[in-house]
Design a protein around this ligand. Structure first.
Ligand code: C2O
Ligand code: CU
Ligand code: CU
Length: 520
């Protein structure tokens, strides 16, 4: 049962709304995933969900006119709840994987690409050997089966490749080509809130792309490649769920938007066209303790945001758009224009554009109102005066990308100051004295931001900082130029090698990535 079959118009069907009704109706309660036995590996418990994910080249319609060659994931359910996998528009990006906290999952990964790949479960607290790291590639034509327990809170996570060869990383290329997809975890706490679901819950994956006249995807060609090494790839248009932004008919009721920035390097400043505040329910690692209202939300690559929008009082015919508002980019952002002059037409880093139109066409009575409290059990790692601080300073290497503590990626080689102890809580301090923002991501866990401080003003991207949502649990935090950001992390359950890196994919591929070791 392969999903997202392409062929004619079938490929352009939108994600079927009913697919977003709860997947966890017959949730397994046995072994909630927190027992010590499962921490040691698959053990004896049977799997609850078993699916296949095949990476392969294909041709799919992305824009009107000629179809585009892409690399994509085919998903096929082997065993488990029928709505575990849902196609998203021509399977570019990959299918929506829906899991419930507590499930044991088997994923059968198949590489039908002409080069190495991996499948990384971004944001999930899983053991190192199933994390899809660069040191465990799947060769062309080969398969790998991984089993893990879903231990994470309800939230929108995602999956994408993570290969890194002797010539650098291929994360940017492979995810740009289409290998990325959303992974939604549900749990009882979230279900108890009765937030909008079904067709009142929309998943939006934001990815900027550039196309040639024949609709072929363009990546890092010409002189743009040099520029992209420094600023990351910026496309000249934004696709939402793999197609040009759409307008949807909606009713007078609340909606829930689950937004993933799946772009290689673009930072969005999300706002509503009528100036209403953005109501945030959650971030990377799930729900906040309470909703937050912001004028706009800064969403860096790999980050997710969970948004509530209430149209109960709207008039029939009223329109509202989710936009990425313009911001004043720093020096490198301004060079998006220079990229264009050098043969690559980039939408400048700070341009304004529409992402989703909502048109109110129906009246609906819906008793839902915004809950005042979301997750009372949210417990970020707690820090004290004596919590050790580990410092990571970013630097720039002329023509060779960015570094962390003067080092670049060296495979699984771990330095003495990159070893942490199992069970410990630490503060990691990211210091950005470069002229680019760096969305820093740590594998294997969710962390909490404990401090964000501006050290210098000289390289600010000033109007991005007030849209940052540092609350809740994150796996990716944006560190703006001139800033020092402190996060608290606890290394739980699994020992071994994980990576941490900048999630600007071109920075990562060009060496802004390192391994760290959790030692028992
Ligand atoms: Cu989105 Cu290293 O990952
Ligand atoms: Cu990750
Ligand atoms: Cu970076």
């Amino acid at each position: 049962r392969l999903l997202g079959g392409i062929g004619g118009a079938a490929g352009v069907a939108a994600l079927s709304p009913s697919m977003l009704l709860s997947a966890c109706k017959n949730e397994v309660t046995a072994g909630s995933g927190s027992d010590a036995a499962s921490a040691r590996g698959p053990g004896t418990r049977a799997v609850d969900v078993d699916f296949r994910l095949r990476a392969r080249p294909d041709t799919v319609p992305l824009l009107p006119g000629a179809p585009s060659e892409v690399w994509r994931y085919d998903g096929a359910l082997v065993d488990g709840p029928a709505n575990t996998l849902a196609p998203i528009n021509a399977s570019y990006p990959g299918p929506l994987i829906r899991l419930c906290r507590g499930q044991r999952v088997r994923a059968r990964l198949e590489n039908r690409l002409p080069e190495d790949t991996t499948v990384h479960w971004h944001g999930l607290h899983v053991p190192p050997d199933v994390d899809g790291q660069p040191r465990l590639p799947i060769k062309p034509g080969e398969n790998m089966s991984v089993t893990f327990d879903v231990r994470d809170r309800a939230g929108l996570y995602w999956y994408h490749p993570h290969p890194h060869g002797p010539d650098g990383g291929r994360v940017g290329f492979q995810s740009y080509a289409g290998l990325a997809g959303p992974l939604l975890i549900e749990d009882d706490i979230e279900r108890g809130l009765e937030l909008p679901d079904g067709d009142q819950q929309l998943i939006l994956i934001l990815q900027d792309r550039s196309f040639a006249d024949d609709n072929a995807l363009r990546y890092m060609d010409g002189m743009g490649a040099m520029m992209a090494r420094m600023q990351g790839f910026l496309g000249d248009r934004v696709l939402v769920n793999g197609r040009p932004p759409q307008t949807r008919d909606v009713a007078t009721r609340p909606y829930r938007l689950r937004i993933l920035n799946g772009s290689n390097a673009r930072i969005y400043k999300l706002a509503w066209s009528d100036g209403r505040p953005v109501t945030v329910l959650g971030t990377d690692g799930g729900l906040l303790a309470k909703p937050q209202r912001l004028r706009y939300v800064t969403l860096a690559p790999a980050q997710r945001i969970d948004v509530w929008v209430d149209l109960s009082d709207a008039q029939i015919g009223q329109r509202l758009s989710l936009v990425s508002d313009s911001y004043r980019a720093g020096m490198m952002g301004g060079m998006g224009g220079m990229g264009a002059m050098m043969g690559r037409s980039a939408l400048p880093a700070g341009a304004r554009f529409d992402l989703l139109g909502l048109r109110v066409t129906d009246r609906a009575r819906d008793g839902r109102s915004l809950p005042q409290n979301l997750d009372p059990e949210l417990s970020p790692p707690s820090v004290t005066r004596t919590t050790p601080i580990r410092r990571f300073e970013f630097g720039m290497r002329m023509m060779r990308g960015f570094s962390i503590n003067e080092r670049q990626f060296e495979g699984a080689k771990v330095a003495d100051d990159e070893i942490v102890a199992l069970g410990d809580t630490e503060i990691w301090e990211f210091v950005n004295d470069t002229m680019m923002p760096h969305p820093m991501h740590v594998h294997g866990l969710q962390f909490a931001v404990v401090e964000r401080r501006r050290m210098t003003d000289r390289r600010g991207w000033p109007d991005l900082d007030s849209g940052l949502v540092d609350a809740g649990l994150l796996d990716t935090v944006l560190v703006l130029p001139g800033e020092r950001v402190r996060i608290a992390l606890t290394f739980k359950d699994f020992e071994g090698l994980y990576i941490y890196h900048c999630h600007n994919m071109e920075h990562e591929d060009n060496g802004m990535m390192r391994y760290y070791r959790v030692r028992a």
